[in-house]
Design a protein. Structure first.
Length: 209
């Protein structure tokens, strides 16, 4: 039995009919009769998951578990949002992307391709997480404009080049200037490198042990 039903209100987007939902039972913080967001079909939503506000879930996307999608967020394609994950604001999750655990994706952030965002990760602002980001390493740092993925020997900027840590530090100022970063962004960039170094010192040691 579904925990929602359709209100009969619809809208059409690029030939896709989206349907407004409402809660058919009370669960969690959701009250029976509460009006939700928009989905294309019943398969888009299951478990105790909920879509609200002006959020859309369509295509073969699945939102399940205790996940929440709200605000003006969009989840589509073959994307999966589950666990206690939250997708909100103007965020978009699509392609084969997965967002799960206690992860949040918000603001104008996009997660797409084969990327996975999990654990207690927070992806926000204008961040873009894409490609096979989940495969690169246990650590993913999301910054204002871009993201860094860290392996045991290399820091990688998604969609750009890879450098060893010493080379990355050597080129950091040049890269920042080339990207037209302001003072705050350059500071964030350098702090990310320092954090990555600290993480690698702990992670690589534990791997050796």
């Amino acid at each position: 039995m579904n925990h929602f039903e359709f209100t009969g209100e619809t809208k059409v987007f690029l030939g896709i009919t989206l349907k407004r939902i409402k809660a058919s039972i009370s669960f969690g913080t959701i009250i029976k009769g509460e009006i939700g967001g928009w989905i294309e079909k019943e398969e888009n939503l299951s478990g105790n998951a909920w879509v609200s506000g002006n959020a859309w879930v369509f295509g073969d996307a699945r939102v399940f578990g205790d996940a929440r999608v709200f605000g003006d967020a969009r989840v589509f394609g073959d994307a999966r949002v589950f666990g206690d994950a939250r997708v909100f604001g103007d965020a978009q999750v699509y392609g084969n992307a997965w967002v799960y655990g206690n992860a949040w994706v918000s603001g104008n952030a996009w997660v797409y391709g084969n990327a996975w965002v999990s654990g207690n990760a927070r992806v926000f602002g204008d961040a873009r997480v894409f490609g096979d980001a989940w495969e690169k390493s246990p650590l993913h740092i999301v910054l204002t404009r871009w993201s860094l993925t860290v392996s045991s020997k290399t820091i990688i900027t998604i969609g750009c080049n890879s450098f060893t840590v010493p080379k990355w530090e050597e080129k950091a100022e040049t890269i920042a200037q080339k990207e037209g970063m302001n003072v705050d962004e350059i500071t964030e960039y350098k702090l990310a490198i320092q954090y990555a170094k600290q993480w690698m010192a702990i992670y690589c040691k534990s791997k050796e042990d």
